[in-house]
Design a protein around this ligand. Structure first.
Ligand code: CUA
Length: 325
């Protein structure tokens, strides 16, 4: 529907059809009541016009039937909108478990993107068609918003935390990418292009002219070594800090007895505010690394820590050496 209508964006993701259906329902309901009100206004203006100078209309003091009608009908309609919207949201918000991650850092005024294989791009996003892609996003400065109209996705990108959004592109081609949150003088220039490629072409792109020398996890390992993380987080009993192997995605018991899941946000907080959440059984000795690592480096560290749990780091990534090696 509206595929060739110039003002309507293309539909190029798996959720686009369902989002459009709800959108058209809202438009249809609004249009119906708009026309009904305009129509009644015109009809009543003519039908009940004053015909004589001394004409006085009959007072209407209320109508229970009318009150019930215009209370119940809008109530039911708004509940349909609520239910439909809620089902759509819960169906489409969580990423499929097999989604591939791509990392996005927004800053005034550009989008910096890195693929797990290490490839970096600015204001461009290359993705394969027919593969669910999850974007893990944060901002270096102010609030931005990552918006791809053709995929019907828009998610705010906030400093100090991760937000994520996912999509599965259904059509190859080039699509607009916008920042949809006013973020300063050049907000309108914070735009880019999404390239949806055949899966084989995407593989070629990853390993082609733009090929990255190292994967994100390997770069993360380099940051890990530079910062000396291994001094405390060794994989042995009696180490000063908890082991990072198998940490990603697993529950962690804190000193307070609270259990938290070691997700992206938890690892980021642990690097920047280590004393906020101390793992049970360890002393609060870790210094903050705020100011020493960029948002992009933190994402690489997270990817490295994640690779210690699921082997995502790829071949050639040696494990953290144990003490004494
Ligand atoms: Cu970034 Cu607007």
């Amino acid at each position: 529907m509206f595929r060739d209508f110039p003002l309507f964006p293309e539909a190029a993701s798996t959720i686009a059809g369902r989002v459009d259906a709800l959108y058209f329902f809202l438009i249809a309901v609004s249009l119906f009541f708009f026309l009904l009100i305009i129509g009644l206004l015109a009809v009543f203006a003519i039908k009940y016009r004053r015909r004589r100078e001394d004409e006085r209309p009959e007072q209407v003091l209320g109508s229970l039937r009318l009150e019930l009608l215009w209370t119940i009908v809008p109530f039911l309609l708004s509940m349909v909108m609520f239910g439909w919207g809620a089902v759509l949201y819960f169906d489409t918000y969580p990423p499929p478990p097999d989604a591939m991650n791509i990392y996005v850092v927004g800053k005034q005024w550009m989008w910096k993107i890195q693929h797990p294989e290490g490839n970096r791009e600015i204001n461009e996003l290359h993705v394969p068609v027919g593969v669910p892609v999850r974007l893990v996003m944060t901002s270096e400065d102010v609030i931005h918003s990552f918006f791809i109209p053709a995929f019907r996705i828009k998610m705010d990108v906030l400093p100090g935390r991760y937000t994520s959004v996912w999509f599965e592109a259904t059509e190859t081609g080039e699509y607009h990418l916008f920042c949809a949150e006013y973020c300063g003088t050049k907000h309108s220039e914070m735009i880019g292009t999404v390239y949806v490629m055949e899966q084989i072409d995407y593989q070629d792109w990853l390993t082609g002219v733009t090929a990255a020398p190292r994967s994100m996890a390997e770069e993360g390992r380099e940051v890990y070594d530079q910062l000396g993380c291994g001094t405390c987080h060794e994989q042995v009993d009696g180490a000063r800090g908890p082991s990072l192997r198998g940490l990603y995605g697993s529950p962690v018991e804190l000193m307070t007895g609270e259990i938290v899941v070691a997700d992206d946000d938890y690892i980021r907080r642990s690097i920047l505010e280590p004393s906020a959440e101390i793992t049970a059984g360890f002393a609060p000795i870790m210094p903050t690394y705020r100011g020493q690592v960029s948002e992009e480096e933190i994402l690489r560290l997270i990817t490295y820590i994640r690779s210690l749990s699921d082997g995502e780091g790829g071949p050639g990534l040696s494990p953290v050496p144990a003490r004494g090696e």
